[in-house]
Design a protein around this ligand. Structure first.
Ligand code: HEC
Length: 460
């Protein structure tokens, strides 16, 4: 609904500004709009020559006008892509088609002729019989008229959306495991993933129709791009009948209102580790810059033989997410950085996402201290949910999160397969995967560094 209104407003802005193009296209070189205005009035009053537009309404937003102009010439507004507003309202011919009756899709003839659209923003009502009170109301008329464009918003919106930049977020060339696999096959493995840098998220929509429309759009985009598969990373299942990956879980737990209650909720052994960190005099601090975090993160992944994301990526996250993205770094009492985590805040949740440790962090229990500090600070901020993030079932990080008293919750990665028969299996126990890891380790460092930044690494 909002988008419809938005479209109507676009077209309206355009008509308000149509006067402006009229002036431009009719302007003899070097003549100012003011003198044209006079000329226009004179010719209108004297009844000779074509109707000329008045100067534009001041202070119209330029971007809306530009979009409105594009829509005015866009044939996708008609059901068979043949007719634009400009077909009947020719801006180079006084804003009309100069025909006895206008001709719409498939040569269908209307009952009346097209009035000019120049200066129509000044009309006190629209259409010959005044049945539309405003331009906003008028814009839907020709789109739905069987004799004109014979279309409707439901058909038009998906077509227009194809051009909206947000959709580009859908498209990423690959993620970690796919990249490794692609290397193995010696070809680019092209997949389409909703939220490739996120461990889950799924479709964001406020109605089921909107969600279905988004999924449909992603599917047609996937076919258009000729990808191997399309992947949705849902936190709850949406399509039980689609192939689903059951390898990943996330760990979510309520943050209790009292700091101490949260400490008590940590199982005894793990709590002892947190206390060890506290007794070591460790300090936690929020970093405004990514430097200390990135050094720890990059060292860490290098030690594990996995490729790192570029620093630029984290700087961009900090910049784009603002207060919703935060780095917490743990140092020794002397200020040596030991452990760091980059978290997101979403509504009343905290989501630690990327983390790194120094080699000696373990001796100080800095990692344990770090997550406790994040939990404590989140509690003080009044947050309600701690999302420990994604892990593969049966891995070290999986056990670590369980040790904190968190219960695994299955993630539902749902797939549409186009060029493969089964969903990608990235299970570390998979023999093929082991071979790939080996290949990765043997890869020359320069090549690994080149590919590294393309590879996504998530906590766990
Ligand atoms: C098939 C030809 C055709 C197309 C396409 C068309 N129009 Fe029209 N337009 C007309 C005709 C005919 C009328 C007069 C209809 C009536 O009064 O019943 C009209 C009336 C109008 C009016 C009212 C002007 C006035 O003085 O009352 C405006 C504004 C307008 N059109 C804008 C648009 C916009 C914006 C589009 C594209 C979304 C569009 N038109 C598409 C033929 C067309």
């Amino acid at each position: 609904m909002i988008f419809r209104k938005f479209l109507a407003i676009m077209l309206m802005s355009l008509l308000l500004a149509a006067a402006f193009w009229g002036v431009r296209s009719n302007a003899p070189a070097g003549k100012a709009a003011v003198s044209l205005e006079t000329a226009s009035l004179q010719s209108t009053l004297s009844g000779s020559g074509p109707l000329l537009p008045l100067p534009p309404v001041p202070d119209l937003p330029a971007d809306k006008v530009a979009l409105g102009k594009r829509l005015f010439f866009d044939k996708r507004l008609s059901h068979d892509d043949t007719i634009a507003c400009a077909t009947c309202h020719r801006l180079d011919s006084g804003g009309s088609d100069r025909l006895p009756v206008s001709v719409g899709v498939e040569g269908r003839k209307g009952g009346v002729n097209a009035p000019t659209v120049f200066n129509s923003s000044l009309n006190f009502v629209q259409f010959w019989d005044g049945r539309a009170a405003s331009l906003e109301e008028q814009a839907a008329g020709p789109i739905h008229s069987e004799l004109e464009m014979a279309s409707d918003w439901a058909r038009i919106l998906p077509r227009l959306r194809r051009e909206r930049p947000q959709l580009k977020l859908f498209l990423r060339e690959e993620t970690s495991d796919h990249a490794i696999e692609a290397l193995h096959h010696g070809r680019a493995d092209c997949v389409l993933i909703a939220l490739p840098f996120a461990v889950y998220g799924g479709v964001a929509a406020s109605t089921t129709e909107a969600a279905a429309a988004l999924e449909q759009e992603a599917q047609s985009l996937a076919r258009q791009l000729d990808v191997d598969h399309l992947e949705f990373r849902n936190i709850s299942p949406r399509h039980a009948d689609w192939p689903t990956q059951d390898l990943y879980v996330t760990f979510r737990k309520e943050i209790l209102p009292e700091v101490d209650a949260n400490m008590q909720a940590i199982p005894r052994k793990q709590r002892a580790m947190v206390r060890k960190g506290i007794n070591n005099g460790l300090i936690s601090m929020v970093d405004r810059k990514s430097d200390r975090f990135f050094k720890l993160f990059a060292d860490n992944v290098h030690r594990h033989g996995t490729p790192a994301l570029p620093k630029r990526y984290f700087d961009t996250l900090l910049q784009v997410f603002g207060d919703d993205c935060e780095i917490l770094t743990v140092t020794t009492p002397e200020g040596k950085p030991l452990s760091s985590v980059l978290s997101f805040y979403f509504r009343d949740e905290v989501l630690p996402y990327y983390a790194g440790d120094d080699e000696v962090a373990r001796n100080f229990a800095a990692n344990d201290f770090k997550y406790w500090e994040l939990m404590r600070r989140s509690c003080e901020r009044g947050l309600k949910v701690f999302d420990y993030g994604r892990s593969k079932v049966g891995t070290g990080p999986y056990s670590f999160k369980k040790n904190w008293g968190f219960e695994p919750q299955a993630l539902h990665y749902e797939y549409c397969l186009y060029k493969r028969d089964s969903i990608p299996q990235n299970n570390p126990n998979n023999a093929k995967y082991k071979l790939l890891i080996e290949t990765w380790r043997r890869m020359p460092i320069s090549l690994a560094n080149f590919i590294g930044p393309h590879i996504v690494r998530n906590l766990g």
